[in-house]
Write a protein that binds this ligand. Structure first.
Ligand code: MN
Length: 745
């Protein structure tokens, strides 16, 4: 049998007086299992004693082998750190964090800097220690990857080892993890702050009052600290129109965990959930790690609304592991269960802090308090609010295996008028890959609840560039604000490309069955004709929904509800298939001059392929006959002025190398590609609105793609944003145009 080191607590206990120290004293060390220790828990303490040092403590045979590391932990494999092996510590020391009283052994503050699981890679820990070489893999909240401890053959005195990081994906020469992440994974305090935790807590409660919290009363204390019914606000569901801008909202990942109320009152901590029968269940026995972390918080009275979550090895939330944890606590010993299946409380809201009832504060103020109270890295942590473009959030969710996102209004207090219960539950039938739940507390108590499943995100839609369906959905989500005004109240013709641009495609004339109930539709088609039921694209959720149906281009008709028989714009299309863009630029600019002269504003956009579109708004609407006549007349004027460059010849062979001035896209059933629509062509180009200054011979429509347009929009906004607000005097314009044509003739 190989040599094995057995842990002993004799040295530890001799150095401490149980009546004077607040450290755990430890009892008998349980006998090691016959196979030795292969997996266990570890803790790294930061200990501000006579000399500041880190203590790395690894579970071995029911106790903790301890190494004092004066220089701190490093991620650089070239840095060999002195690690002095000290006395074995009792297993209870894993949870220790406190200020060791003056005059006692090791006097000074000590924080739990990291916690996690250690795996012994080359045999049982007992044998490794005896042989003077320990190879481990650490899976902590901060430290990750392989480390080695090697005993120095000739150390001057005592038990000197070298600790170093092994080269792996977690190694880094640049990062200084000790400086970067100085806080406790339990209290969230630095070692300097730990002795002043009371003052820190008082200051936090004062800030809550300064921001407008009310003082807890006897009744609200009972409601919050000993609740009979759940004070948790459950997002309620009602279909209303989503605001087009994302300002004023924050998003929370829904982590596939268990929603609970965590209540700490002094040393008493309870974790409560309310099952369907509404009777509170206390579940703290299953989560001693979460209870321990709540007890370490500087604030001794706190009520938190959050989610218990277990993460798998790749960091994805897992409801299966969470269930496993409960089973393991019931069957195994609790220490083993918490080590093998750690659980965290992701705090999403705070209801009370000290004597402050913070429920009346706006959500963003409550979240700020949470972020000040809790560590960013710890067993109880503040949920990082997901901010920014929905597209980015979606991408992040898909990466993290997050099943849904909840949007919350930053200004909302933690209470909703209970009279409003007219909520509808919403679910889209498709299998969720990355589901977005948009749960807005909009306009007072009104709320929205929507799911959009973005499925098959990784499917390649543009083979040359490798752009995926996820890229398409992210694009539309990110430019929703500028495209939606161009789509609103308007018939939109969808073309689906389920296998990307190289695959088959088909028109989606009617909305497919199984659509979520919040999707709005409109009927298109002359009376007596077959009526088509199309999508009404007026909000970001519906836009994302149709992008998820693999609709690449969006074609719009030149009419809006309620007057679908009136043209609200006309288009002149400069088709350069047989000519050059420089010629189209000359013609478009000249058209712009003519239109200016007759009092009609006009807007240019790339077609998304090779040509240019000039769009002329007609305000409330004109008959399609008038609109078409105007377009034709302008086209003829251009052809007369530039016979070498322009043609309206329908027969392709007769066009020669001229720009085809196509005025035929104006008509009750004629559609053009919408501003900001993606094209189903190589390069994933976008039909992009331009300023007239940009309509220059150097223009290259290939520059405008799903990759470049979102940044352009973020910087410049939409050059076409006033298109639909303009009400030109069309009658007067027709009159003036007649005069111009007469003059040129
Ligand atoms: Mn120490």
């Amino acid at each position: 049998m190989k040599e094995r080191a057995r842990p002993k607590l004799g040295d530890y206990q001799r150095k401490r007086r149980p009546e004077a120290t607040n450290e755990p004293f430890g009892g008998e060390v349980p006998a090691s299992s016959s196979e030795g220790t292969l997996v266990g828990a570890f803790v790294v303490h930061l200990h501000d004693a006579t000399r500041r040092h880190y203590d790395l403590r690894l579970e071995v045979g029911g106790a903790l082998a301890s190494f004092a590391v004066p220089r701190g932990l490093s991620l650089d494999p070239d840095e060999k750190l002195l690690a002095v092996k000290t006395e074995d510590h009792p297993i209870e020391y894993l949870d220790f964090e406190d200020v060791i009283p003056a005059k006692q052994y090791g006097a000074g503050p000590m924080i739990a800097w990291d916690r996690g699981v250690v795996t012994y890679l080359e045999g049982p820990a007992e044998e490794e220690i005896a042989n003077g070489k320990i190879h481990v893999e650490l899976r902590g909240l901060k430290l990750r990857g392989r480390y080695a401890l090697v005993k120095l053959a000739k150390s001057a005195k005592g038990d000197d080892w070298l600790l170093f990081k092994k080269a792996d994906e977690h190694a880094s020469k640049e990062r200084n993890i000790a400086e970067e992440l100085p806080r406790s994974v339990l209290s969230g305090l630095t070692v300097e702050e730990l002795p002043h935790s009371e003052r820190i807590s008082e200051a936090l409660v004062e800030r809550a009052h300064a921001r407008g919290a009310t003082r807890l009363t006897t009744r609200t204390t009972r409601d919050l600290f000993a609740p009979e019914r759940s004070p948790l606000v459950t997002p309620r569901r009602k279909t209303v129109v989503l605001p087009r801008t994302a300002g004023g909202w924050l998003y929370d990942a829904d982590l596939d965990g268990v929603r609970i109320l965590a209540v700490r009152d002094g040393d008493v901590v309870s974790l409560r959930l309310w099952p369907a029968n509404g009777v509170a269940q206390s579940i703290e026995d299953f989560y001693p790690d979460v209870v321990r972390a709540l007890r370490a918080l500087p604030c001794k009275r706190v009520v938190i609304d959050g989610e218990l979550v277990a993460f798998d090895a790749s960091g994805h939330p897992s409801s299966k592991l969470l269930a496993q944890r409960v089973e393991r606590v019931a069957k195994l010993d609790t220490h083993r269960a918490t080590t093998l299946t750690p659980v965290m409380l992701i705090a999403k809201d705070v209801l009370a802090l000290g004597d402050a009832d913070v429920r009346p504060l706006p959500l963003d103020a409550r979240r700020a308090l949470l972020a000040e109270l809790l560590p960013a890295i710890g067993f109880v942590r503040a949920a990082p609010p997901l901010e920014g473009a929905l597209a980015t959030i979606l991408a992040l969710c898909a990466e993290l295996g997050v099943t849904s996102v909840v949007a919350k209004k930053k200004a909302s207090p933690y209470s909703v008028d209970p009279k409003n219960t007219a909520w509808v539950s919403v679910d889209s039938g498709a299998a969720p890959a990355s589901r977005v739940t948009i749960d807005h507390l909009a306009q007072g108590a009104a709320a929205v609840h929507r799911h959009v499943n973005v499925t098959n995100r990784a499917k390649v839609f543009w083979p040359d560039e490798g752009y995926t369906k996820g890229d398409l959905c992210d694009y539309y989500a990110s430019i929703a604000e500028v495209i939606l005004p161009h789509l609103a109240a308007r018939p939109v013709i969808l073309v689906r490309y389920p296998d990307g641009i190289a695959g088959k495609n088909f028109y989606q004339w009617n909305v497919p069955p199984g659509m979520p109930p919040w999707v709005r539709t409109l009927s298109v088609g002359a009376p007596g004709d077959e009526q088509k039921r199309g999508f009404l694209l007026e909000d970001a959720s519906t836009l994302l929904y149709i992008a998820n149906l693999a609709c690449i281009p969006l074609h719009i008709l030149a009419c809006r509800l309620p007057k679908l028989d009136q043209a609200d714009f006309f288009t002149v299309d400069f088709d350069v298939k047989q000519s050059s863009l420089a010629h189209a630029v000359t013609l478009a600019k000249r058209l712009h001059e003519h239109l200016d002269a007759i009092g009609l504003p006009s807007f240019a956009k790339t077609s998304g392929q090779s040509g240019l579109h000039v769009i002329v708004p007609l305000g409330e609407g004109q008959s399609f006959t008038t609109a078409r006549a105007l377009a034709d007349l302008l086209g003829k004027l251009l052809v007369e002025e530039f016979p070498e460059l322009a043609t309206m010849e329908r027969v392709v062979a007769r066009r020669g190398e001229r720009v085809y001035v196509d005025t035929g896209q104006t008509g009750q059933t004629r559609a053009i590609v919408a501003p900001y629509s993606v094209r189903a062509v190589a390069g994933a180009t976008v039909s992009t609105p331009l300023t007239w200054d940009e309509v220059e011979p150097s223009l290259d429509p290939r520059d405008y793609t799903i990759r470049t347009v979102p940044a352009r929009v973020a910087k410049l906004g939409d050059p076409m944003r006033t298109l639909l607000e303009i009400s030109p005097d069309v009658a007067r314009a027709v009159e003036r145009l007649g005069e111009r044509v007469g003059r040129s003739a």
